[in-house]
Design a binder for this molecule. Structure first.
Ligand code: MCA
Ligand code: AMP
Length: 501
């Protein structure tokens, strides 16, 4: 008997529709059958993968879920790869996680084939896994490692965040309870599937509940609005940038079409925003347009969701509410004191079953990220009239753009490989659409010239599109302190003073 809770739940939903992809529907029974075959295929002669890592580069939909569940059911650790990653980024995730098996689709063959030649992992194309009788599958205990997600941060290279099956279960159950997930829910899924937002909050919560996921390869406002107009969905989850883009698209529509789309939103039972700060003005514009009060919540790859506005009761613009079920949360001041008073800011620290196990093969980073058993988020918040409000981050080197967490240090280290760039400093600048966008100030080698378009073209082979700078400033020298350290606030000021965009 397998013990993965999500798979056990799925078994109770039988012939209900789990995934819709265009005109095609897949039931829970089909997910279970196919994922057992995937598990058998990757197991080969083995009885249990015993936490071997299996990376998978698969577009969202039936194939994605059966790959993920197949890896889990074989006893492997699932390492989802980003569809927009460049070859060096894919190579880093595969080698850092030491994935000896990779699953992909034939359409993505060209992305993986060169890496396979170099790294020699075993490659499976999901389409080639034959229909047959699956082998017996291993028993998977809840404390076994389940997933590694790569997250950028205060280090140059992304770190692998390891969750166990129990961690994922706790993250899912908190949201099922707090947001009243139901079997008759239907939700669109257009978020990337190498992050918690898409994987846990949307996909896993829906499949735990017996709901239907309408799967898209990526976000496209027109396509989503068409389905919303058809009143297909009861729940909607997105990052703030998507709400900004939807507002723009709704405003550009004819009044008749806008009214119908707005009705599609108005009839939903829940609309959630998260992954980055939702400006109060966007929250208010959305309510004025659709009548829906967005439920804003706060989370992080290492802890799942921690704070949420209430399902019933006031959803306060600019605030992220209170701790979710089974999440213990405290604010810690600069002097190490626990803050008990409202109105005083401190670092959010979190404890509980939804907190990750470790950074993959990085005990130093793991121990530094905990303070007496509490995970240090690096986010600063304040409690005001019973609701937490996020004020910012401790590190200037973390940028949130369109919901993606980016490391300024990682981008700088890639840019320094450019033959014309002698020094550079990357900062996140406030941006109405992206929340923050990547800006870089560069000192060039003597006599050299470089414009933004040339820099963007060069970046395309080495970094995901969302990391590519949107602003470039050529400077004679970077502002530094007496110790020679680059002063990022002074770099941001240089951008504030220019009209380059
Ligand atoms: C795309 N571009 C971006 C971004 N996305 N630039 C900066 N930041 C981004 N996030 C680039 C495109 O490559 C393109 O570049 C140009 O911007 C315009 O593209 P456009 O088509 O308008 O954008 P898009 O492709 O529609 O993407 C926007 C998006 C996407 C849908 C908002 O960024 C997205 O799916 N974001 C969600 C990320 C997410 O799920 N994060 C959750 C992780 P060019 O013009 O040069 O080609 S956080 C998490 O999981 C925690 C736990 C949590 O709390 O949720
Ligand atoms: P990630 O590491 O990609 O999981 O991103 C987690 C980070 O996103 C958090 O540490 C916060 O800085 C940010 N974040 C998530 N939700 C919110 C929110 N509602 N408001 C402000 N920041 C948020």
């Amino acid at each position: 008997m397998e013990m993965i809770a999500l798979i056990g739940q799925a078994a109770s939903h039988g012939d209900a529709v789990a995934i819709r992809q265009g005109q095609t529907e897949f039931t829970y029974r089909q997910l279970l059958k196919r994922s057992a075959l995937v598990a058998s295929a990757i197991l080969g002669e083995r009885k249990d993968l015993q936490e071997s890592r299996v990376a998978y580069l698969v577009p969202g939909g039936f194939d994605y879920v059966t790959a993920q569940w197949g890896i889990w059911r074989s006893g492997g650790v699932a390492v989802p790869l980003s569809l927009s990653a460049t070859e060096p980024e894919l190579e880093y995730a595969i080698t850092d996680s030491d994935s000896q098996i990779v699953l992909t689709t034939r359409t993505l063959r060209d992305k993986i084939a060169p890496l396979r030649e170099r790294l020699g992992f075993k490659l499976h194309f999901v389409e080639d896994i034959a229909e047959s009788d699956p082998n017996p599958l291993p028993v998977i205990g809840p404390d076994r490692r389940a997933m590694i997600l790569y997250t950028s941060g205060t280090t140059n290279k992304p770190k692998g965040v390891v969750s166990t099956h129990a961690t994922l279960q706790a993250q899912i159950e908190a949201l099922i309870q707090a947001w009243h997930w139901q079997q008759d829910d239907s939700i669109p899924l257009f978020l990337p599937l190498h992050h918690i937002h898409g994987i846990v909050n949307v996909l896993s919560c829906a499949l735990w509940s017996g709901a239907t996921v309408d799967s898209f390869s990526h976000f496209e406002a027109d396509v989503i609005l068409e389905r919303v107009t058809d009143q297909r969905y009861s729940v909607f989850m997105a990052v703030p940038t998507i709400y900004v883009k939807l507002i723009q698209t709704l405003h550009a529509m004819s009044e008749k079409n806008r009214k119908r789309a707005v009705q599609g939103f108005a009839q939903m039972r829940l609309m959630v925003s998260g992954s980055a700060a939702l400006p109060a003005s966007v929250h208010q514009q959305w309510t004025a347009l659709t009548g829906q009060a967005l439920l804003e919540r706060y989370g992080m790859t290492e802890i799942g969701m921690a704070l949420s506005n209430p399902y019933e009761g006031e959803r306060r613009p600019g605030a992220v509410g209170q701790p979710l079920p089974n999440v213990e949360l405290q604010l810690k001041g600069d002097a190490g004191e626990i803050i008990v008073k409202e109105g005083t800011a401190g670092e959010i620290q979190v404890r509980g079953p939804s907190v990750f196990l470790e950074y993959w093969q990085n005990p130093k980073a793991t121990s530094e990220s905990f303070d007496d058993g509490w995970f240090r988020t690096g986010d600063i918040a304040v409690l005001e009239s019973g609701y937490y409000r996020i004020m910012g981050r401790q590190s200037v080197d973390i940028i949130k753009s369109g919901g993606y967490k980016l490391s300024a240090l990682e981008i700088e280290s890639v840019l320094l490989d450019h033959e014309l760039i002698e020094q550079c400093a990357v900062v996140g600048m406030a941006d109405d659409t992206w929340g923050e966008s990547v800006a870089v100030a560069c000192v060039l080698t003597q006599q050299a010239e470089l414009n933004l378009q040339q820099l963007k073209d060069w970046c395309r082979d080495c970094m995901s599109p969302y990391k590519i700078p949107k602003r470039l400033l050529i400077v004679d020298g970077l502002p530094r302190n007496a110790m020679g350290k680059i002063q990022k606030p002074a770099v941001s000021k240089l951008f504030d003073q220019t009209n380059d965009h």
